[in-house]
Design a binder for this molecule. Structure first.
Ligand code: PLP
Length: 373
């Protein structure tokens, strides 16, 4: 594998992962938790002692993501939340944390609880105010999400990096490493819920962190904690991820293409009040998204249907191809009535979050047409 290979090539070849033992062109799944020593008590493979620190399958999946991100080092975790927690847990007591407001609610809820418990100062700052806030206030860590879930706000990664002296963590789940390489824009650490598009088949829970500077104190602590405290992804999940990522660029391209068409269709529909999607010119974050996203604007959008909660629920109930289920970034389209999940956060009752899959766009638009009729 040439290190100048493009993302589609890196992904299709799983960054060169094969099975040297059998000659298989796909890597073997190795579930062993413990590894042999020879007569001299030397490990048969010096890097394989016990599977808590890592495993061949984990390293293979990490190498694909590392290459896609242009990172120095990548680490997988058992969920997106475990990855986010791994970063925040490195902070000293009394640290000041800035977290973008209105992001994935699971992150907000945990960060609030964690900061209270640990005595950290937390500022929740709207996407639009992040740069000014970071210029005016010292922070140890700034956590942003772009595009955000479910508001689809875009945040200028480079501008936030220039405004803060703190560690900048970017949750780029909705963008994927295919559309945005957050490290190139100045993120110190980029995080993804690999449960979403990176895996893309709704059958693996995983999270991932990548960095430009594997020798930074924070990264070393994260690495040490993962190794010693064991927040590790199992080999089967890692193997499935490697398999799924072979088609990641293709899936993201198709999902983004479908999403752009669906967003345009819905915005023009007389039963729709608004559509939040970074690929729409009227969207507030469109200019930033154009700068930061290459090859499309992702598969996530939110739709405000005309009417109230009952109308929104009636529409989700009538959709046939958009399955009513949480999560995003998979090959099958999903919808979620987000207010049902987070009723106290100001989510409009007529908002339907949409994750667009790889189905035929004509079928997808026809499904919405019948559900809105
Ligand atoms: N970040 C974003 C943007 C998400 O949408 C999610 C899950 O929905 C997470 C993080 C958490 O990831 P996981 O469910 O893999 O823990």
């Amino acid at each position: 594998m040439d290190h100048k290979d493009k993302p589609a090539t890196i992904a299709a070849h799983a960054a060169g992962a094969i099975d040297p033992q059998s000659g298989g062109v796909v890597p073997a799944l190795q579930p062993s938790t413990t590894f042999l020593r020879d007569e001299g008590y030397n490990l048969v493979r010096p890097d394989n002692l016990y599977s808590r620190p890592d495993s061949d399958n984990l390293r293979q999946a990490e190498e694909v993501i590392r290459r896609l991100e242009g990172a120095e080092e990548t680490m997988l975790f058992p969920s997106g939340m475990a990855a986010t927690a791994a970063v925040l847990q490195t902070l000293p007591n009394a640290a000041h944390v800035v977290v973008q407001a209105g992001i994935y609610y699971g992150t907000t809820a945990w960060v609030r609880e964690f900061c209270t418990r640990r005595g950290l100062t937390l500022s929740e700052v709207p996407a639009e105010d992040l740069v000014a806030h970071c210029r005016a206030h010292r922070a140890d860590l700034v956590h942003i999400e772009t595009p955000s879930n479910p508001w689809l706000k875009s945040v200028d990664i480079a501008a936030v990096k220039a405004a803060t002296g703190g560690i900048l963590v970017v949750d780029a789940t909705a963008a994927t490493p295919i559309l945005t390489r957050a490290l190139d824009f100045g993120a110190d650490i980029v995080m993804h819920s690999a449960t979403k598009a990176i895996n893309g088949h709704s059958d693996v829970l995983a999270g991932v962190l990548s960095t430009r500077d594997a020798s930074s104190p924070v990264w070393k602590t994260i690495r040490n904690d993962r190794k010693m405290a064991g927040a590790i992804l199992g080999p089967f999940e890692a193997w499935l991820l490697t398999r799924a990522m072979r088609t990641l660029p293709l899936r993201v391209e198709r999902m983004s293409w479908n999403a752009q068409r669906l967003a345009e269709f819905l915005l023009a529909h007389d039963q729709v009040a608004d559509v939040f999607y970074p690929g729409l010119p009227h969207h507030a974050g469109h200019a930033i998204a154009q700068k930061q996203m290459t090859g499309g604007f992702g598969s996530l959008m939110s739709v405000l249907v005309k009417g109230d909660r009952e109308r929104a629920l009636a529409v989700t109930g009538k959709l046939r191809l958009f399955l009513s289920a949480t999560s995003l970034g998979s090959v099958e389209s999903l919808v979620e009535h987000r207010h049902t999940i987070e009723p106290h956060t100001g989510i409009p009752e007529n908002l339907i979050r949409v994750s667009v899959g790889i189905e035929d766009i004509d079928d997808l638009t026809a499904d919405w047409a019948q559900a809105l009729a």
